[in-house]
Design a protein around this ligand. Structure first.
Ligand code: CP
Length: 353
């Protein structure tokens, strides 16, 4: 694996190897304190973050490496109009691995075209968040002993929730996973995700109510309504507060069901649920740090590419998604891929019209 842009880039064997390494780190972190000695990670956060930013930073420090970067792009030459391409060319001249979060969908993929070192997608708009998925899979495997065969309820903003999209992508690598997609109709999963589920023969049921399906679940994955992604503020007002998990609703859940959440939480899990033994979202965030250590141990030690492959200059953005990276970086090549037989933007996955 050269970059981690989308969990779909990782094979099941690569994930199993990564999880095994994360387990060894959790069991005996002292064995790994020099794994990245002398290595440097660039941490480029164009969007706010608590868990992803700090867990990547602490992951690198715990491996003996160091970190530089920004949590506010306005403190860099981005504020003077520097393109993503030029920022990445520079940063990848200084670092051994680049970790980046942006509001633009497909930005990590775009960065990977120009980077001399591995790029990690730490969240690109409402599109993907593969290292959150590593935290999620680690949590399920450590606490339930398996991922195969689970019934998983994904609840909340499934349209804009990048953690949900990445988790669905990952589950294609496991057997007999069944999804309950719980959302209001206007916040249902995007069409490219539905096509992915169908193309991979993954059983799923779309419902609007949480309470009716809770008794069937092994994992309830709650998500926040993503206010910052709404183009129409009225749509947010209609949907905020629509799902709130309470202790009373949990009474009907299985005894072993995990309540997971990528966090941050707003109001979708009542605070008194935190003390229920099934509520594992804070542990999930800690597992994420170990999973990121396992990833950095591999990527930061990869050989640097002195020359990146030539990239065709784009003449026009082919994608009409207003949140796609091609809208703000017009030099990008008009790359196309197929999802479920439909031509889609290779950066953000939106169907091309
Ligand atoms: N789960 C997650 O991505 O949290 P942050 O936005 O705080 O990084």
């Amino acid at each position: 694996m050269r970059h981690l842009i989308d969990f779909g880039d990782m094979s099941r064997a690569e994930w199993d190897e990564l999880y095994a390494r994360a387990s060894r780190i959790m069991d005996d972190p002292s064995q790994f304190i020099d794994t990245c000695r002398g290595k440097v990670a660039a941490s480029l956060f164009y969007e706010p973050s608590t868990r992803t930013n700090f867990s990547f930073q602490t992951a690198m420090l715990r491996l003996g490496g160091t970190v530089f970067g920004f949590a506010d792009p306005n403190s860099s030459s981005v504020a003077k109009g520097e393109t993503l391409k030029d920022t990445i060319k520079m940063v990848s001249s200084y670092a051994d691995v680049v970790v980046m979060r942006t509001p633009w969908e497909g930005a990590a993929k775009a960065a990977s075209l120009y980077s001399h070192v591995p790029v990690v997608n730490a969240g690109d708009g409402g599109h993907m968040h593969p290292t959150q998925t590593m935290a999620d899979l680690t949590t399920m495997t450590r606490l339930l002993g398996k991922v195969d065969g689970l019934s998983i309820g994904l609840c909340g903003d499934l349209k804009n929730g990048r953690t949900v999209h990445s988790l669905i992508k990952a589950m294609a690598k496991f057997r007999d996973v069944r999804f309950f997609l719980i959302s209001p109709r206007e916040l249902a999963v995007p069409e490219y995700m539905r096509a992915f589920l169908q193309e991979n023969g993954m059983p799923y049921t779309e419902v609007t109510g949480l309470e009716a399906v809770i008794p069937q679940l092994d994992v309830l994955y709650m998500t926040r309504i993503q206010r910052e992604r709404f183009v129409d503020p009225l749509e947010y007002e209609r949907n905020k507060g629509i799902y709130i998990l309470t202790r009373r609703k949990l009474e009907r859940a299985k005894e072993h069901m995990l309540v997971m959440h990528p966090l941050p939480r707003v109001d979708e899990i009542a605070v008194d649920v935190d003390d229920d033994p099934r509520a594992v979202y804070f542990r999930q965030a800690r597992y994420g740090m170990f999973a990121r250590m396992a990833l950095l141990a591999d990527l930061a030690n990869q050989p640097r590419l002195e020359r990146t492959a030539p990239v065709e200059i784009g003449t026009r953005p082919v994608c009409s998604n207003p949140r796609c990276i091609t809208q703000t970086q017009p030099y990008l090549p008009p790359l196309v891929k197929q999802n479920g037989g439909v031509d889609c933007c290779a950066f953000c996955d939106a169907a091309l019209r």
